[in-house]
Ligand binder design. Structure first.
Ligand code: ZN
Ligand code: ZN
Length: 344
């Protein structure tokens, strides 16, 4: 009896097969895009601290095995049914916002960023630690030609988070904006803040990063180990915004007194311990504390275009896909300068 053999083209992917499991490099069938989706030939994928959620099973409802990755840069390789605006061969990025349901109250109000059923690449479906991935069109950001894939990848989560938080912070050109933490988020926050026309005060622990912070565009460097950073900010008139990027609630709490009148602590560094603040600290000077999470694919596109225009670029360390485990460990160590990126 004659049988038809379907040729199954394999691809390599780095997957986690159970919560707390190690990275496994596996051969998988190349996925087909469904209606309203595209397939992307991945060129680079950033390793973000939030990949811990997939690795350790800290997000409710993750189905395993799962391929992490939500800082994806690549080329559209196949279109699903009904996709008209995007083209084969087009360069695109995919970030934290992996698609919205379009039906919840937030979506009906046009607030897709806060969709109740937000889909996240690498959590809700397989992400970019692979040679190919499938994404819905709502997750796609067009990528400018001048950005290479490895530099664009971190802009799709770390970049958009700092860019979008700052542009919605209420700070105007010339205002004093402090960036707490000089790491994966902070080194981008300093650059964006400088290009937005703020007077940027970079706050780090120790003097090691002072020269780098200045090079990235900070006007002032404050060493929070040897000085009281809040007092230093007050000497400069008080910060309009403190962009809190280092995941330390204690360090964030210590900066609230550095805010000027109507100042805002903008929180983007994900920590789980409580920020300590007294009502009086907020009442005097009408200060506020706000959190911010990434943004939509259109916000990602704005971030990429602004980076192209202004020259903002992440500092990266690259690893081949096969070394996903090593790359992830490097990211977790906190020693990377500053974002780790996988290349396919
Ligand atoms: Zn991320
Ligand atoms: Zn929704």
């Amino acid at each position: 009896m004659a049988t038809t053999k379907t040729a199954v083209a394999p691809m390599r992917a780095a997957q986690i097969s159970k919560p707390g499991g190690d990275f496994e490099i596996v051969q998988r069938e190349i996925p087909k895009p469904g209606a309203g989706q595209v397939r992307i030939k991945v060129q680079a994928c950033g390793v973000c601290h939030s990949d811990v959620l997939t690795k350790e099973g800290q997000w409710p409802g993750i189905q395993y095995p799962r391929v992490p990755g939500h800082e994806v840069a690549g080329i559209i390789d196949e279109l699903g049914v009904g996709v008209s605006v995007w083209k084969q061969g087009q360069r695109v990025g995919v970030g934290w916002h992996g698609g919205q349901d379009g039906t919840c109250l937030s979506c009906r109000r046009g607030d897709f960023r806060n969709c109740r059923n937000l889909k996240i690449p690498g959590i809700s479906y397989d992400g970019g630690y692979a040679e190919y991935m499938v994404a819905p069109v709502e997750a796609l950001a067009a990528m400018p030609e001048s950005l290479n894939a490895t530099e664009a990848a971190p802009l799709l989560c770390a970049g958009i988070t700092t860019y979008n938080a700052l542009r919605h912070s209420g700070a105007f050109p010339g205002d004093l904006v402090a960036v707490q933490g000089i790491g994966g988020l902070g080194h981008l926050g300093i650059q964006f803040g400088n290009k937005f026309g703020y007077k940027v005060a970079a706050i780090g622990r120790g003097s090691e990063n002072a020269a780098l912070a200045k090079k990235l565009g900070a006007s002032v460097y404050i060493d929070s180990k040897s000085t009281n950073a809040a007092e230093e900010l007050q000497k400069l008139g008080g910060a309009q915004v403190v962009l809190a990027t280092a995941p330390s609630a204690k360090a964030m709490s210590e900066l609230i007194d550095g805010l000027g009148p109507n100042g805002k602590l903008m929180v983007i560094g994900a920590a789980f311990d409580p920020i300590e603040v007294t009502p009086m600290q907020l009442i005097s000077g009408s200060r506020t504390i706000q959190g911010w999470a990434a943004g939509t694919a259109a916000d990602s596109e704005d971030t990429l275009r602004f980076a192209e225009l202004s020259g903002v670029r992440p500092m990266i360390e690259t690893y081949p896909l096969e070394k996903a485990g090593e790359a992830y460990a490097r990211m977790l160590s906190g020693k990377a300068q500053f974002r780790v990126v996988l290349t396919m």
